[in-house]
Design a binder for this molecule. Structure first.
Ligand code: F6R
Length: 614
């Protein structure tokens, strides 16, 4: 939520910042702004609305400064408006700050500053930060060097409760920038005499592959040629860079109309990358990042899979695989619920956290809670060095490549495949499933990239169906067993990008209430990939047809096509991994409905890519 970019180098900062913001807009798009260090002081240009509006601001093309900070906002405190847009400045206008996160004690700090003569012009929590820095800097008259300014930033940050990633520039020190984070992502890309700062790697991937991945309360004093790191006692320490393997074209649209469509079509490759060498052609399974012995796993009597949204839906297929193959009771929990419900966790519990971004505030908090209760923790993430990967005992990466569209697609399929591989790895270690069953599943997994390619061929059929239903107000998604987990994901995708209200149900549950909503012409999507459950689901679908529903069926089973309005045939596979194929027509359905309605597919209203606030 909220995107931050910064530049310090020898080129004009503003064009670099605007390009970075455009790439980061998926993190928030209520308002945007930049501040640069010019010869005559700090510039400040900001505006309500999308990043592209900034290009029209008077004088923005005249900015010459080679150091600057920029921000694209997802509003928390204060509605989207020019005053509430970032950057924010202190009252003397000599310090500019951008901030991602939430300052929980901002009204207390605002009170303190007001009683010291400071005034506030916005409703944001952020505006306290530059003023607090100014307050500490002007208080300490003995040290007006850049180290004194760093000390003032440190003092201000120690007063802040909540989460923050901030960039600070000041015309007191026109050759420097200070950045720091706590519970909110921030990375620094470095090359020659330039530093690029961002809340997300893809925004600056085209400039460098060498990144400093910051930990909480690491204060960084940047100049064009150096990055100096200090802990919260201001002791200096050395930090190494990490090399990020993603290539920059992975963060571009590559000829596709939208990132979402590109990412849907990247799924064969994304899943191939996720499988990697974890399952080899001779059907051995290994996860290099883990080293559980049979004894370690035997001690585990309960598994929680904890995540939010789409990642939680991937977790549901993990429960299916782990319970069936390993016979360990497994619960899937929404992170925001888990953290407040006093879950029964001890040192015989394994907690698996799934998060594409690795920065979801609720998931991070749930992870910290599970650790404090003695659980063993595994993070599944797509982003190298993200917060959950640094907290967890073990990390397994999905390697799906950057996911830019707000609606998650390839991250979901990669998570489903990875958690199935994890279940196989556990089952082999525990010897809890037959070799034959595991061998079949492994060879199914290896065949999936090809089968995803075949499934994507339904594009035209779904496009035509979307044209028929895009004006509807309600839809229903039904399935049983593993197919219900996909119904949930299909329904979420539709809601978030097409703004059509939809519900997902276990097919057998419909008649216990929701069937009252079925009336003439309403669209019901049925998913059937499990041979044992298909006849049951068909009966439930018949019940809605009788009441006038129009039906779209996604299946790999032999069924009577004539009974339904539209049937999408997908390749046959094991029900363990069928979500990877059955979700694809549903992703495309949401996509094409959104396009028919003329909506912004990649940046749906009210949403942002990574939810770094509670
Ligand atoms: C939906 C979607 C969200 C995310 C959720 C968790 O398309 O993208 O539901 O899945 O916000 O995000 P991560 O996986 O980054 O923790």
């Amino acid at each position: 939520m909220c995107g931050i970019v910064g530049y310090i180098g020898n080129k004009k900062a503003c064009p670099i910042l605007l390009a970075g913001l455009t790439r980061l807009e998926y993190r928030g798009y209520d308002s945007a702004g930049v501040s640069t260090i010019e010869k005559n002081g700090l510039s400040l240009m900001k505006n309500k609305g999308r990043v592209k509006n900034l290009y029209d601001l008077d004088g923005i093309d005249k900015l010459e400064g080679t150091i600057g900070i920029a921000h694209t906002r997802w509003a928390t405190h204060g509605k989207p408006s020019n005053e509430n847009s970032h950057p924010h400045q202190d009252n003397s206008k000599r310090i500019s700050v951008v901030h991602n996160g939430i300052i929980e004690n901002y009204s207390e700090l605002r009170g303190l500053l007001e009683s010291n003569g400071y005034h506030f012009y916005s409703q944001t929590d952020t505006e306290v930060i530059p003023n607090l820095i100014h307050y500490y800097f002007s208080k300490n008259t003995e040290d007006n060097s850049v180290m004194g300014f760093l000390r003032a930033v440190r003092d201000a940050c120690l007063d802040l409760k909540g989460s923050f990633a901030i960039e600070v520039i000041t015309d007191y020190f026109p050759d420097n920038m200070i950045v720091v984070r706590k519970d909110s992502p921030l990375v620094i890309g470095t090359c020659d005499d330039e530093k690029y700062i961002s809340s997300d790697i893809p925004a600056i991937l085209s400039f460098t592959r060498d990144f400093y991945l910051l930990n909480d309360f690491e204060f960084v004093l940047l100049s064009r040629t150096s990055a100096r790191f200090f802990d919260s006692q201001l002791n200096e320490f050395q930090k190494n860079t990490d090399v990020i393997e993603w290539n920059s074209s992975a963060a571009e649209k590559d000829g596709f109309e939208d990132f979402m469509l590109k990412e849907i079509f990247e799924q064969p490759n994304a899943v191939r990358e996720t499988i990697g060498s974890r399952i080899s052609n001779n059907l051995t399974c290994d996860i290099d990042e883990l080293n559980f012995s049979k004894e370690d796993l035997k001690k585990i009597n309960k598994i929680y899979i904890i995540a939010c949204g789409t990642a939680m839906h991937a977790g549901l297929s993990g429960k299916n695989a782990i319970e069936k193959l390993c016979r360990i009771p497994t619960e899937v929990d929404i992170a925001s619920e888990f953290r407040y419900r006093d879950p029964i966790v001890d040192n015989n519990t394994l907690c698996i956290f799934i998060s594409q971004s690795g920065e979801t505030a609720d998931t991070i908090a749930a992870l910290k809670l599970a650790k404090s209760k003695g659980a063993t923790t595994i993070a599944i993430s797509n982003v190298i060095g993200s917060s959950i990967t640094r907290e967890a005992d073990f990390t397994i990466y999905t390697h799906a490549g950057p996911e830019i569209a707000v609606a998650s697609t390839k991250a979901y399929t990669s998570q489903v495949i990875l958690i199935n591989i994890l279940a196989i790895y556990f089952a082999e270690t525990l010897e809890s499933a037959s070799c034959e069953q595991l061998k079949d599943l492994k060879s199914e997994i290896l065949s999936l990239p090809k089968k995803i390619e075949e499934t994507l061929e339904c594009k035209e059929q779904i496009f035509n169906f979307a044209k028929k239903v895009y004006q509807e107000k309600d839809m229903f998604f039904l399935g049983r067993g593993i197919d219900e987990t996909v119904a949930k994901e299909g329904s979420l995708k539709l809601k978030e990008i097409s703004y059509i209200h939809s519900e997902s149900y276990a097919a057998g549950e419909l008649k216990h209430g929701p069937i009252a909503l079925i009336e003439n012409g309403v669209t019901v999507v049925g998913i059937m990939t499990d041979e044992k459950l298909t006849p049951k689901t068909i009966s439930n679908i018949q019940e809605v047809i009788t009441r006038g529903a129009k039906t779209l069926i996604i299946t790999n089973q032999v069924i009577d096509y004539n009974s339904f309005n539209e049937v999408i045939k997908i390749p046959n596979t094991s029900p363990f991994v069928s979500p990877i194929l059955s979700v694809i027509p549903l992703q495309l359905l949401a996509y094409y409905i959104s396009k028919e309605k003329g909506l912004d597919v990649d940046k749906p209203r009210n949403l942002a890519k990574s939810v770094t606030v509670e």
